[in-house]
Write a protein that binds this ligand. Structure first.
Ligand code: THU
Length: 130
């Protein structure tokens, strides 16, 4: 699975974004170690705080289906600028795979790929609690 292929899936996922408040559509495609791909979009809410980002939608779908480790996630939006996962999503994904590749892109799928570890240095992963 190339970065470009995963980004195309994220672009498809973006079509289902539910964004009546921001009108900012985001799509994510998460590649599990099993080889399965989980798609996610952002889902907004009139009360705002229940809003779920595209990345966490994909992550929660995957984890709820038994996937526990990930190779990569691709993210895209309608912006001219590259959209990177928010801090909450970085933390949520770090729970499972701090070394997964995060492929962040703009609306034309121009991308920057870096390991999650670089987007979330000194991460709190729970090891500290052992
Ligand atoms: N959003 C995402 O889905 N992923 C990101 O990486 C950044 C932000 C969503 C949340 C909200 O629906 C909209 O973009 C504006 O913040």
């Amino acid at each position: 699975m190339t970065h470009e292929e995963l980004l195309e899936k994220a672009k498809l996922a973006k079509q289902n974004a539910y964004v009546p408040y921001s009108n900012f559509r985001v799509g994510a495609a998460l590649l599990g170690k099993s080889g399965r791909i989980y798609l996610g979009c952002n889902i907004e809410n009139a009360a705002y705080s229940p809003t779920n980002c595209a990345e966490r939608t994909a992550l929660f779908k995957a984890v709820s289906e038994g996937e526990r480790a990930f190779e990569a996630v691709a993210v895209t939006s309608d912006s001219d600028d590259i959209t990177y996962p928010c801090g909450v999503c970085r933390q949520a994904m770090a729970e499972f795979s701090l070394d997964m590749m995060v492929i962040s892109s703009n609306k034309d799928l121009k991308y920057n790929a870096v390991p999650l570890r670089e987007l979330l240095p000194y991460a709190f992963t729970g090891k500290e609690m052992e």
